[in-house]
Design a protein around this ligand. Structure first.
Ligand SMILES: [Zn+2]
Length: 267
């Protein structure tokens, strides 16, 4: 298993073994378990844009951060998502904790947790174990298609002089190919751009629909960038199938809660 779901003070969080073993990080992807929100946000909802009570959200975030050994009041950097490929670094931040508009963020600074929310889009975690750089990105189908994974690796090389073989990655829970159905229009975009990989999409007989594997595409893109296969952990957990563990926008619609990916350098 490439990951473990730990439980601390009732909060369940998924952690990648390869990232944890670096020893200088705290990271995790939250589940829905261990919070205080009532249905339909039961219980660890971290979506500050949902109609859940602010006090529930604040308590949930405090619990999550505390389960990761991070002080709940610590200033963190939230990224607000645009489903694009903009990747920024801590060197571009103003330092006031105001959310930045981006889909990927990197830091080499100790004690700055990077936080972003999800409800089906695929979370990507990154660590350069030599240069000690950490990052997280948001890869929905648009971001995955546009190659946000590649943009993160390019940015790591450009800003921190990272070498791809030193980079570890974790591909977290998101919408699985089991549940990510698209029509001919979206499928043909993928076929055109990624025609070297014939197994990214499966035709569902007689429906004109396709199922696309975003986990696999992100992994291939990272390997194309020079990451070693055994340095890429894939959780292979579908947020829509696993109602016991996750919120899912595709399954629950507008009343879906949100999970959070957090990564911080702690030494
Ligand atoms: Zn599924």
């Amino acid at each position: 298993m490439s990951y473990e779901i730990i439980k601390k003070n009732g909060v369940k969080v998924l952690q990648f073994i390869n990232l944890r073993n670096t020893g200088f990080l705290s990271h995790g992807f939250s589940t829905r378990i261990g919070g205080v929100s009532p249905s339909p946000y039961n219980t660890l909802n971290l979506g500050f844009t949902t109609s859940d009570d602010e006090s529930n959200l604040t308590e949930n975030r405090r619990r999550l951060m505390s389960s990761l050994g991070l002080n709940g009041t610590l200033l963190h950097q939230q990224i607000d998502l645009v489903h694009g490929v903009r990747v920024i670094t801590n060197r571009e931040l103003r330092g006031d904790g105001v959310p930045v508009i981006a889909d990927g963020i990197l830091t080499d600074k100790i004690g700055l947790p990077l936080v972003t929310t999800f409800a089906d889009c695929v979370p990507l975690f990154f660590v350069d174990r030599i240069k000690k750089v950490a990052g997280v990105a948001h890869a929905g189908w648009r971001g995955t298609f546009a190659g946000i994974a590649v943009k993160v690796i390019e940015k790591m090389a450009e800003v921190y002089n990272s070498n791809p073989p030193d980079i570890l990655a974790g591909i977290g829970p998101g919408i699985g190919s089991c549940c990510f159905e698209v029509g001919d229009g979206v499928a043909s975009l993928f076929f055109k751009k990624y025609n070297r990989w014939k197994d990214l999409a499966v035709n569902i007989s007689n429906t004109g629909k396709w199922k696309i594997n975003l986990f696999r595409l992100n992994k291939r893109l990272l390997m194309d960038c020079g990451l070693e296969e055994n340095n890429i952990s894939v959780a292979n957990l579908c947020t829509a199938c696993r109602e016991d563990l996750f919120f899912s926008y595709r399954r629950d619609g507008k009343l879906s809660g949100r999970m959070t990916a957090v990564i911080a350098k702690i030494s």
